[in-house]
Write a protein that binds this ligand. Structure first.
Ligand SMILES: [Zn+2]
Length: 307
């Protein structure tokens, strides 16, 4: 119905597609012991007993179950559990600003760089090859189905590798640092506009989500700042260079003479913005104020001495 309403208003949109069984992605069971039971095997109505491979022991009280099918043909049983919050641990780490980029995955305000694994690049040629082969098959034949699964499996592999990388990096960051500042990215718009694959590849928004939810348990605080001028501004004197292009890899300030890596300059700016009193943002509450400003200054000095 929605579609017809939208069309009347003059919004361009397609008609709903027929949803075949092949496009079914998941099944949701909202209540434990009503529709599904977990013992050694998983018992689900109306399918009966299913043998499952438990990837880890389930801790806590099981609430819901989602059966999910990936397009590669693999099935997953996802359990949602409720458990008591672990005691928050105190993190005595420093504050850090992170600039996410394409050349390197991330540059930290202390000068550290995290390389982009570019999984997609590695698999891209292979994917293009099997995707082209797939396009030659006649639809709904045996070989078409086989090729389709081959493509889906490779895509799954790429996204698994990416997720694994992001998990490792985000866990490490929230354990090392007590305060992480990032840009609030309009990653979807950016990806559509000009960067295309590379930005999606880096999985920025997935990374931001991981950081945010892991931070709490690790005693770390994650703050997102407005990305305006973070790359154009000089991190030492605040001068704004409007003539900076995407191809300028070094930031040279005509006013104070600072010459530094472009991403590092942004990372320092992001940290300054997230901490009040310097960048003017009120991202921190007063409790953290003094401490964070102190940390920001020390990190800032560090960043410059690193060069
Ligand atoms: Zn300057």
């Amino acid at each position: 119905m929605q579609v017809f309403k939208l069309r009347k208003k003059g919004v361009k949109c397609g008609f709903p597609r027929f949803k075949s069984i092949e496009r079914m992605k998941s099944l949701h069971y909202p209540q434990y012991e009503a529709g599904f039971w977990l013992d050694k095997k998983l018992k689900v109505t109306p399918f009966g007993e299913i043998t499952i491979k438990k990837h880890r022991e389930i801790k806590g009280e099981i609430k819901t179950l989602t059966l999910k099918r990936e397009s590669s043909g693999k099935w997953f049983a996802i359990f949602c559990v409720e458990k008591e919050e672990p005691i928050l641990r105190e993190n005595r780490g420093k504050a850090v600003g992170i600039d996410l980029g394409l050349k390197t995955f991330a540059t930290l305000s202390n000068g550290m760089e995290i390389d982009n694994p570019r999984h997609f690049k590695r698999y891209e040629e292979r994917l293009a090859f099997i995707q082209r082969k797939f396009s030659f098959h006649k639809k709904r034949t045996k070989n078409y189905k086989k090729a389709k699964i081959r493509v889906a499996k490779l895509n799954e592999k790429v996204s698994d590798c990416r997720r694994d990388f992001l998990h490792k990096i985000s866990t490490e960051l929230v354990n090392i640092y007590s305060f992480v500042a990032l840009e609030k990215l309009a990653s979807k718009e950016m990806a559509e506009e000009n960067y295309g694959k590379s930005i999606n590849d880096a999985g920025w928004s997935m990374f931001a989500n991981m950081l945010a939810y892991k931070a709490e348990g690790a005693g770390c605080r994650v703050v997102f700042v407005n990305p305006e001028n973070t790359s154009k501004m000089c991190s030492r004197c605040g001068n704004i260079r409007d003539d900076l292009t995407l191809w300028d890899r070094t930031y040279k300030c005509p006013t104070c003479g600072l010459s530094t890596d472009r991403d590092l300059n942004s990372a320092v700016n992001i940290l300054t913005k997230a901490t009040p009193g310097q960048g003017g943002s009120n991202a921190c509450n007063s409790f953290h104020k003094e401490r964070d400003v102190a940390l920001a200054t020390s990190v800032k000095q560090e960043a410059h001495t690193y060069l």
